[in-house]
Design a protein around this ligand. Structure first.
Ligand SMILES: Cc1ncc(COP(=O)(O)O)c(C=O)c1O
Length: 423
């Protein structure tokens, strides 16, 4: 039996209608390319779900992984510690926005978000403000698929069905496509009337990825940060997608010199090699959890693979590589990607394009009863390109190590796929 046939017999894939899916089996990767079991090469236009940073099969990351595997692959982080986690945490804090001083590890973006929500909630309990239990979030927010993260999500299609299971959150209109004034006014009113019951405001900074690459107006994040501070509400910045150079700065909140109370990191943290995530918090938050053992102020949350040493060792090497070469490359590639998008925007069937650094979306003209984003992405494969849609938006999230020649392939493959569908 072929691997594809066996897959169809035994597997259930995420975000996939299994009744109408034919597997593409990936056997290896090299730089920006994925290679299937027939030896066909595809440019990885979505960085393997937005996490690959330096390309696949990178010799330095491979070496870091091998060297750590020869020492130890895993030991628990509950009551024990190890060098890769310690060194990575120190390195992260060195480059993170000022004020963040503690790293709590986990293993997915959703978990990093859950942890920030729970730490914020518990902080207010510990500080004698038990009424602060609610969370603010943006409309069309996406923060992951576990129940806490879904509770602060706002994508109807993904989240509506789980409504009865969720912690309720308060939506603030997304500022995308506006100058942000209305959204800020709404936030101000919510804060003025009920900051006493709000623990935190969670948002994706600068650009809402899963919502379809919705770009925020300049200055919005800085204003949100000011308002949250003024009203004593935590700011949780979810940089699971935007972190590690994706928007042209190491972290997107640095574009607006914002220092949040919590910073959620995952995806690119390990260069796209292994499941790893981190929630960074300030000393003020951390210190609320300190006390005598009998006071039971501990943060009762942890995962078996928290701070996995292999992932941390690769993460440390990935961060070095990012600072040495990959971030400068991403910044250099950004203008070219913008120009390519403008050319794509002129094509028939394209309604708009949006971008922040190397994170972009191509919005197609919708057509009743058709899934045009999926159709374009399907066609893209025949032009040597792996893409994924978000509804009618085709995503561009290439590895940050993308070369100028590879950017040409991304553009020509996408152009050909769009032409195949729209003529
Ligand atoms: C902004 C944001 N937060 C959280 C998540 C969830 O991350 P994970 O898929 O690692 O759980 C994602 C995933 O796409 C994301 O884009």
């Amino acid at each position: 039996m072929s691997l594809a046939a066996l897959d169809q017999q035994v597997l259930w894939h995420p975000f996939t209608q299994m009744a109408a899916w034919s597997p593409l089996v990936i056997s290896s990767g090299q730089g920006s390319f994925l290679i299937d079991d027939q030896g066909r090469r595809y440019l990885d236009g979505v960085s393997s779900l937005w996490c690959n940073v330096h390309g696949h099969n990178h010799p330095r990351l491979n070496r870091a992984l091998r060297e750590q595997a020869e020492r130890i692959a895993h030991s628990t982080f509950l009551g024990l510690t190890h060098e890769p986690a310690i060194r990575l945490a120190a390195a992260l804090l060195e480059v993170a926005p000022p004020g963040l001083s503690r790293v709590f590890y986990s293993d997915s973006g959703s978990a990093a978000v859950e942890i920030a929500l729970k730490q914020s909630f518990q902080y207010w309990q510990l500080r004698g403000r038990p009424s602060k239990q609610k969370f603010l979030r943006l409309t069309e927010a996406y923060h992951g698929d576990t129940l806490g993260a879904v509770g602060v999500g706002g994508i109807e299609l993904f989240h509506r069905i789980f409504g009865p299971l969720l912690v309720q959150s308060i939506p603030i209109p997304t500022p995308a496509g506006t100058d942000g004034t209305g959204s800020l006014l709404h936030l101000k009113r919510e804060l003025e009337s009920r900051a006493y019951e709000i623990a935190a405001f969670i948002l994706e900074p600068m650009i809402q990825g899963a919502a379809g690459m919705l770009v925020h107006p300049p200055g919005f994040l800085a204003e949100v940060s000011k308002l949250c501070k003024l009203h004593g509400v935590h700011l949780i910045v979810d940089e699971v997608a935007t972190g590690f150079g994706r928007t042209g700065a190491l972290f997107a909140c640095q574009h607006e010199a914002v220092s949040p109370d919590f910073l959620c990191l995952a995806k690119g943290i390990s260069g796209g090699y292994l499941p790893l995530a981190a929630t960074l918090a300030t000393e003020e938050i951390y210190s609320a959890f300190l006390g005598e053992h009998r006071e039971m102020k501990h943060f009762f949350h942890g995962h078996t693979y928290t701070a996995n040493p292999l992932a941390c060792a690769v993460g440390l090497e990935s961060l070095r590589l990012l600072q040495e070469t990959t971030l400068p490359n991403a910044i250099a590639r950004s203008a070219g990607l913008g120009a390519a998008l403008r050319r794509i925007e002129a094509l028939q069937g394209v309604r708009a394009t949006r971008r922040c650094g190397l994170m972009a979306g191509i919005e197609l003209e919708p057509e009743e009863g058709r899934f045009l984003g999926a159709e374009v992405c399907e066609r893209a494969r025949t032009h040597g390109l792996i893409l994924r849609p978000l509804g009618d938006v085709v995503v561009w999230m290439p590895p940050l190590s993308l070369s100028a020649g590879e950017l040409d392939l991304l553009e020509t493959g996408t152009r050909a796929a769009i032409k195949d569908i729209f003529g």
